[in-house]
Write a protein that binds this ligand. Structure first.
Ligand code: ATP
Ligand code: MG
Ligand code: MG
Length: 658
């Protein structure tokens, strides 16, 4: 059998490596520590860590913590946990803020080189200078031509607290001042001149190079790591490429919305002689892959906060930070996937939601927490029991190219299902039990049956289950009147039992007169079963075998009735009317056969990196199994001592409705 081909050594990824086939591959995963990671980040993590691993290189985890007041300890910890859970170990953990001094020095250096200036224009002024239909051709402001000395002095004044947020910015002197006549091609131009003008034109007409801000003043200036040392903070555009160079990143892989920013990334590195103009030989090389979009998932931090904390109608107002708004005016090319409301941390968002101004309708929480298994944050996917390997496979099966991977939840479910099929043990589990008593067996009747954990994989071993006078079957496997189209148990009919020697037949049943629900069934063991009848699952009553294990089973369905919840009315609370009342169905009296104890002790299932037990205690969700004829399940974090709570990871087939 041949080793499966390494997905990083083919296609687009191989091309990226070949553009810069260095000995020492170094990548980084650079999240902003302002929230929980989501399914999209699983792609970023897999791509960056996987690429480095495949080419014998290293990948750092870099907290891109350049924004004060948006960072909380729990996000740093959770991000790191999720990287490890996915089976990757960062070579180094770095913080952009650790380089604030170095970044500041380089900003001064850039200013000394005449390539940055302090601009005191308002956001509106900056915007109008960028030109366009309303504003005419773009133009530079009076600050553009100030002397290096004045700029240095004013930049230091920014640093020393002379200005409030929005009053001054250090802007990079890129191409805002380049006029069309500077690159208009003339008939008589030589070929090289024409080529050079075309190059300048493409740079000068890229809004990402219209003198974007490098530093801004922040009013709220308490930083998680640097405290109140700084009043000015570097922008993404200034920070990212420089931190890449400090960490000697060879391949800086990011998502396609940063493609228009690539010239700006290179511009700064070239301006500081970190990179050779028009060459990727020296300095880091940025390349862009398509984002992962799973249709029907809510990933916006603010929206998840509304789901977690409840809201008051009209509360979804975008917070505004004047410093950010005035920063660079490049909003039109920044990622606007979820709207700018998504700049808060969950805690801020929850607070804003709680302080909703409207006196209108109060909307209650829809989910319990950020790791509620109905969400698509990585903590939620883990809690639901999705194996990290399935997520990585999902990402790689979709392929890594420049194209955006748009996919649907059922594609993800199918991938998880296939992944679990042969990697987790199988057990019998009854969600909604009805007691069955065999009237033809003595009270102490006992058969011990040896059952494989996976009939196709002897490696997983076998275990013993009891068969006794009293068993439980699932309510859905019984009908109180015979129906020719129903092939399971009904009065006068027989059915087979999985793993049992003989079939059973129903003689009579009992109903609760007030609820009309069937409460128990009398049956005989060992009757003849006509061809075409099913074999159903069951769990026996046998205290000596600790059978059954009682559990609460939680079945998850889509959170919304629509498959496009992002199109709902989030501002006015309209989303609430679309919540699926069946998004969580709880079976509080579920029963699992006694093999569960072995499965629990021998987790993780599957045995994979990232989930190996540390100090004997793995995350409960790595206790996974297939409930025969039911679904895949994992142990929930609410389990405690004797109390067992399990989550449905995914159904056995698409849309079984169970
Ligand atoms: P969000 O706003 O959705 O939380 P982000 O883009 O702000 O995401 P960061 O924490 O800044 O997330 O990003 C860390 C890395 O993850 C970046 O390189 C970013 O491009 C990448 N990333 C974020 N979302 C996705 C996605 N949906 N698919 C692939 N990569 C993603
Ligand atoms: Mg971000
Ligand atoms: Mg974002």
């Amino acid at each position: 059998q041949r080793e499966p081909a390494d997905p990083f050594k083919q296609g687009w990824l191989k091309g990226v490596y070949n553009e810069k086939p260095v000995q020492k591959v170094q990548t980084r995963f650079p999240p902003e520590p302002n929230g929980y990671l989501h399914i999209g980040h699983a792609k970023a993590i897999t791509v960056n860590f996987g690429f480095a691993r495949s080419y014998g290189g290293l990948c750092n985890l870099r907290y891109d913590d350049t924004n004060p007041a948006k960072e909380e300890e729990q996000f740093f910890t959770s991000i790191r946990d999720m990287v490890e859970w996915l089976g990757f170990g960062p070579a180094k953990i770095t913080y952009s803020s650790d380089d604030f001094d170095r970044l500041y020095e380089l900003a001064e250096e850039l200013t000394r080189r005449g390539k940055a200036y302090v601009c005191r224009c308002s956001a509106a002024e900056v915007k109008s200078r960028r030109g366009g239909a309303e504003h005419g051709p773009r133009s530079v402001c009076e600050h553009w031509s100030r002397s290096v000395e004045d700029n240095l002095e004013d930049f230091r004044a920014m640093r020393d607290g002379k200005y409030k947020a929005g009053e001054a910015h250090l802007r990079m002197k890129q191409y805002l001042g380049t006029k069309p006549e500077d690159y208009e091609v003339q008939e008589e131009d030589a070929a090289e001149v024409k080529k050079e003008k075309a190059r300048i034109k493409s740079l000068a007409e890229n809004p990402a190079l219209w003198d974007v801000a490098a530093y801004r003043v922040k009013n709220e200036n308490y930083h998680h790591r640097t405290g109140d040392k700084w009043r000015i903070y570097p922008t993404y555009e200034f920070t990212h490429c420089l931190c890449d160079s400090f960490e000697e990143i060879s391949h800086s892989l990011c998502t396609v919305e940063f493609e228009t920013l690539r010239p700006a990334y290179n511009w700064l590195l070239e301006a500081l002689d970190i990179k050779l103009p028009a060459s990727d030989e020296k300095g880091p090389m940025q390349r862009e892959y398509g984002r992962l979009n799973v249709e029907g998932t809510i990933l916006s931090k603010r929206r998840i906060a509304m789901l977690v904390g409840g809201t008051t109608v009209g509360a979804e107002t975008a917070p505004s930070d004047p410093a950010d708004e005035a920063a660079d005016g490049i909003d039109e090319i920044k990622l606007e996937e979820e709207g700018d409301e998504d700049t808060e941390t969950p805690a801020e968002a929850t607070k804003a939601v709680a302080n909703g101004t409207s006196t209108g309708r109060k909307i209650p929480p829809v989910v319990r927490a950020w790791d509620d298994p109905r969400l698509f944050t990585l903590v939620a996917l883990r809690r639901r029991g999705v194996p990290p390997g399935a997520l990585k496979k999902f990402v790689l099966d979709l392929g890594v190219t420049k194209a955006i991977s748009n996919t649907a939840i059922h594609t993800l479910d199918a991938c998880i299902r296939t992944y679990l099929e042969r990697t987790v043990p199988r057990l019998m589990l009854v969600l909604d039990p009805i007691q069955v008593t065999f009237t033809n067996l003595p009270d102490d009747y006992l058969e011990e049956r040896s059952v494989p954990f996976d009939p196709k994989d002897p490696e997983k071993g076998t275990h013993t289950i009891p068969f006794t006078k009293t068993i439980y079957i699932d309510r859905s496997d019984f009908r109180d009147s015979d129906d020719p189209d129903f092939f399971r148990l009904s009065p006068g009919q027989s059915v087979g039992l999985l793993h049992a020697e003989h079939p059973i037949s129903c003689t009579t049943f009992h109903k609760d007169s007030s609820t009309g629900k069937v409460t128990s069934i009398d049956a005989e063991y060992g009757s003849h079963v006509p061809a075409g009848r099913a074999r159903i699952h069951w769990v026996a009553e046998s205290p000596a075998h600790h059978s059954p294990v009682r559990a609460e089973a939680r079945i998850f369905n889509p959170l919304f009735k629509t498959s496009k919840p992002n199109e709902l009315d989030w501002k006015n609370g309209g989303y609430y009317d679309n919540v699926n009342p069946e998004s969580e169905i709880i079976y509080s009296d579920a029963m699992i056969e006694c093999g569960f104890e072995y499965v629990r002790k021998n987790a993780p299932w599957p045995k994979e990196e990232g989930e190996a037990k540390k100090d004997g205690a793995g995350h409960p969700s790595c206790v996974r199994f297939q409930g025969l004829r039911t679904a895949f399940f994992a142990l929930d974090t609410d389990s405690e001592g004797e109390k067992v709570v399990i989550n449905r990871i995914v159904s056995l087939k698409e849309d079984t409705g169970k």
